[in-house]
Design a protein around this ligand. Structure first.
Ligand SMILES: [Zn+2]
Length: 315
């Protein structure tokens, strides 16, 4: 009863309130979904304390433990930084941060003798202020990540890296050539062009809707830059989520195909050892939760790639 009543109440709200509510609700839904996935993956880091049997050949227990501790620290970091940025974003929306910054830019332009008819100048000042704001709130996080987390896990000790042998470099090159030969590059370009076309088409349809601007606190002016921000970042966000998931799935397919191409060139063995070395260099963790991996990984998990390479090595 309560839920239907509140849904009814939502339906009776003016359009701009509904739009605003839906954007905020969607943002938190995505945030909670991703936090749920990250929590599943974190459980894997916590509970997989020994190299799984099938990985014994490719990873020693010291590297495994190093990688595990690094990923645990990274997941703690992204939990807090993610929570912070979700709350920051919510506050910006709730307290009208975007119209405030727009008015502030207008005031700065006014001091320089540019009146409200100079929308492009005002847009540039707005962009500058927005960039400064996000750089200053993001700086502590990125400093902490580089100088505390990566430092602690020895990312600045380049000397410890093992170089790939010439044959292994060649095998990786074979994989990259596979992307080209199989038309992956062209397909990606076509997809991104079609996506741009669709987005700008919808943008042209939506830019005239005043309620979209009103939803974000712009009642009597409709600046183009603000429309771009609202439509691309907020209104398209469900579409962007679906698209990015599809692209991730496609990218994983492409990786398998490029591996298979390198295999056909007779590079399976070298690619196999190169993948292990590269994974070791960036302290990748070889075990992942299936749902987390399906949602996030543009490259298939190492183990699956190695198994695919192996299976046709015997062919
Ligand atoms: Zn690739």
């Amino acid at each position: 009863m309560g839920m239907w009543a509140s849904l009814d109440a939502m339906w009776e709200m003016p359009a701009e309130k509904r739009i605003f509510g839906a954007v905020l609700l969607f943002s938190w839904t995505v945030y909670l979904w991703e936090t749920f996935l990250a929590q599943r993956q974190r459980r894997i880091y916590k509970t997989t304390t020994h190299v799984p049997l099938e990985l014994g050949q490719i990873m020693d227990s010291e590297t495994f433990e190093k990688s595990r501790l690094y990923q645990l620290d990274k997941s703690t970091f992204s939990f807090w930084s993610g929570l912070y940025s979700e709350i920051e974003g919510t506050f910006i929306l709730l307290f009208g941060g975007i119209p405030y910054l727009w008015r502030l830019s207008g005031r700065f332009c006014g001091y320089a003798g540019f009146g409200p008819e100079y929308e492009i100048t005002q847009s540039l000042v707005f962009l500058l202020l927005a960039t400064l704001f996000s750089a200053s709130t993001g700086l502590p996080w990125s400093l902490y990540n580089t100088f505390v987390i990566e430092e602690k896990h020895g990312f600045n000790q380049q000397s410890k890296k093992q170089g790939c042998k010439n044959e292994e470099v060649l095998a990786v090159l074979g994989h990259e050539l596979g992307h080209w030969k199989l038309g992956h590059t062209v397909k990606n370009i076509i997809i991104s062009q079609m996506n741009s076309f669709l987005c700008f088409f919808l943008f042209a349809v939506l830019i005239g809707r005043k309620e979209l601007f009103a939803a974000f606190g712009f009642y009597d002016s409709q600046p183009t830059l603000i429309g771009l921000l609202i439509i691309f970042q907020f209104i398209f966000s469900p579409y962007n989520e679906v698209l990015s998931f599809c692209l991730t799935v496609l990218s994983r397919r492409f990786e398998f195909q490029a591996d298979a191409f390198a295999k056909k060139l007779g590079k399976a063995k070298d690619l196999y050892s190169a993948l292990i070395k590269l994974n070791k260099d960036n302290l990748g963790f070889p075990v992942s939760d299936w749902l987390f991996s399906m949602w996030h990984y543009s490259h298939p998990p190492l183990l699956e790639r190695l198994q695919a390479l192996k299976s046709s090595k015997q062919d």
